[in-house]
Ligand binder design. Structure first.
Ligand code: HEC
Ligand code: HEC
Ligand code: HEC
Ligand code: HEC
Ligand code: HEC
Ligand code: HEC
Ligand code: HEC
Ligand code: HEC
Length: 353
């Protein structure tokens, strides 16, 4: 068939289709763009809202799904006209052992058990399925800046639904650092996880009362990245050795953890007047009814993260030094005593012979 004849045949098909005489299956499926490639293609909802049905194929071709056909995802579209189209099921390909080469692993099983997966199963229409987080026609590799899950975009992607938390986070020490381009500051997923996000009350959540201190310690602990920014990395050791830390080791869920004093989405520096650890706010922070209701301004004058081996700790430093010298001199005395005693015994033994 010549090219002209081919074109005529194609136009004829289109005519039949738009006249409703021909099932779509006869038409090559990539012809979706005859309609959806028009920038003004749209539908009008019963409410009068106009919804664009334009699909920019050039964008789709730059995504991880570049080599997918329209109907690989929109499997239920088998005829024209189509109405009541189903939501795409990404799991058609994204399961362990899939033949198409979609990334696989524990990731997806984790989603099923996450708060979001459970809410979806329970029928909550607000809870996200795959495309609500990742997008549909715009799933880019996450190391590209236009990905919904590039580091910079994670908070706004989660923040679409968790709006107030996003607003609070943006003003926090961590959130402002992200805007300033700090590559180490935590985003939502650094604290919560990705497909394994759990409700904070569940003991296996990364942010549960029992685990949150470990989560902060990934960065604020002895090997943490925060040292680069002049922030002390003794925060977790000084916490573990404190009364609060020891009580937590004994699985006392009521005792203060990092987040009880610092907050979590609104963590601010000590110098920030709005900070829970600003000296003016300490009585209120420590004085929560379940903690130290008697907390007075005096609480503010004491240090919380005490490292007795640092001179900054004042009297505690000298007391701990004093004990060190005392211990060393007692041990030294004992050692000398033992040596002298051995010498005496040796002399006595020789005298007896
Ligand atoms: C003849 C024009 C035409 C062709 C060809 C066509 N569509 Fe459509 N499509 C429409 C119209 C019109 C609607 C709106 C239907 C409605 O009012 O709900 C629509 C709706 C859709 C929707 C649902 C959008 C929504 O939110 O309601 C999807 C998905 C879709 N089409 C995908 C496809 C795919 C994939 C192909 C190719 C296999 C295709 N279409 C081919 C005209 C077309
Ligand atoms: C990787 C899977 C995937 C591929 C490939 C894909 N789509 Fe979609 N498409 C989606 C998702 C996800 C949505 C959002 C609605 C939903 O959740 O089902 C969507 C929505 C749509 C809509 C509704 C309007 C909109 O933009 O939200 C149309 C129309 C549509 N797709 C047409 C197409 C056409 C035409 C192609 C081929 C050029 C195509 N799709 C390829 C996943 C896909
Ligand atoms: C027809 C099969 C198929 C469907 C349906 C499908 N995917 Fe994929 N997806 C793939 C394949 C194959 C890859 C691997 C692409 C590659 O590595 O080149 C992939 C890769 C991905 C990636 C990896 C990105 C990265 O950072 O490497 C994400 C995220 C993703 N898909 C999300 C989705 C979402 C969300 C949906 C539903 C809207 C979906 N997929 C539907 C086949 C599919
Ligand atoms: C609450 C939001 C959310 C939901 C819902 C979600 N994901 Fe993800 N997903 C993420 C985040 C965050 C990452 C990590 C960033 C990244 O690597 O792209 C990720 C990573 C991925 C990756 C890339 C893994 C890799 O090896 O690089 C794939 C593929 C993926 N998700 C597929 C899915 C599929 C399929 C579903 C539905 C079963 C789903 N996601 C549901 C947030 C989500
Ligand atoms: C499409 C909307 C949507 C997106 C996107 C989304 N979530 Fe959610 N999320 C929900 C809904 C709905 C719930 C269940 C709310 C409830 O019942 O308390 C939820 C619950 C949660 C919970 C448990 C809340 C609680 O009170 O126990 C956490 C934590 C959470 N999401 C974090 C995230 C993070 C982190 C991201 C980004 C990776 C994210 N969400 C993306 C809608 C969303
Ligand atoms: C520095 C760590 C950290 C970061 C970053 C973080 N969160 Fe949280 N988030 C927590 C902790 C800790 C809790 C649990 C507090 C508790 O015990 O109730 C929490 C609780 C939640 C909850 C449950 C509701 C609530 O307010 O208690 C949601 C939803 C949530 N976070 C979403 C997000 C989103 C969305 C982002 C990003 C914009 C984010 N989180 C960033 C640590 C963090
Ligand atoms: C992914 C790594 C990471 C995690 C997890 C993390 N932080 Fe941070 N945090 C940082 C970085 C980096 C900074 C420095 C930001 C800046 O100012 O540039 C910082 C700053 C701070 C500051 C302000 C200190 C100052 O002087 O600027 C406090 C307080 C803080 N974090 C407490 C916490 C608490 C409490 C948690 C757990 C709920 C936590 N962080 C979890 C990396 C992390
Ligand atoms: C009992 C309350 C309390 C607990 C628990 C606590 N902190 Fe603090 N934190 C404070 C106070 C008060 C300050 C300011 C005075 C000081 O340095 O002792 C502070 C200071 C800090 C600073 C320096 C802030 C700045 O602006 O210089 C960081 C970082 C920090 N804490 C991280 C942590 C981490 C990580 C944990 C958990 C392992 C934790 N804190 C547990 C009360 C607490």
């Amino acid at each position: 068939m010549s090219r002209v004849a081919g074109k005529i045949a194609f136009l004829f098909f289109c005519g039949l289709i738009s006249a409703g005489y021909w099932p779509l299956s006869v038409l090559a499926l990539e012809k979706c763009q005859i309609c959806h490639g028009k920038t003004d293609h749209h539908k009008v909802e019963a409410t009068g809202r106009r919804i664009s049905l334009y699909v920019d194929e050039t964008i789709l071709k730059k995504t991880v799904h570049a080599s997918r056909e329209c109907t690989d995802c929109h499997v239920d579209i088998v005829e024209i006209p189509h109405k009541g189209v189903q939501k795409v099921n990404c799991r058609r390909c994204h399961y362990s052992g899939n033949p198409v080469g979609a990334p696989e692993g524990e990731l997806y099983d984790q989603y099923e058990h996450s708060v979001h997966g459970r809410e979806v199963t329970a029928g909550n229409p607000e809870a996200p399925v795959c495309q609500d987080c990742h997008g549909g026609h715009d799933v880019f590799r996450h190391d590209l800046p236009q990905s919904k899950f590039s580091r910079e975009n994670i908070p706004s992607t989660c923040g679409r639904c968790h709006i107030e938390i996003y607003a609070t986070y943006r003003e926090s020490a961590h959130g402002t650092a992200l805007v300033a381009g700090n590559p180490d500051t935590p985003v939502c997923t650094s604290c919560h996880g990705e497909h394994n996000i759990k409700r904070p009350e569940l003991p296996d959540s990364r942010v549960s009362a029992i685990h949150v201190s470990e989560t902060c310690a990934e960065c604020h602990g002895p090997k943490g990245v925060v040292a680069k920014y002049g922030i002390k990395t003794d925060r977790t050791t000084t916490f573990e050795e404190s009364f609060h830390g020891v009580a937590q080791l004994m699985e006392n869920m009521m005792v203060a953890n990092c987040a009880s004093c610092h907050g979590y989405h609104d963590i601010r520096t000590e110098a920030d007047r709005k900070s829970s650890i600003h000296p003016d706010n300490i009585p209120q922070t420590c004085g929560k009814p379940q903690c130290h209701p008697e907390a007075s301004a005096r609480f503010a004058s004491g240090k919380i993260h005490i490292d007795p081996t640092s001179e900054e700790s004042g009297i505690l430093y000298y007391i701990s030094r004093g004990f060190l010298y005392l211990t060393v001199s007692v041990l030294a005395g004992l050692f000398i005593f033992i040596i002298l005693d051995l010498v005496r015994r040796a002399r006595e033994a020789r005298a007896k012979r």
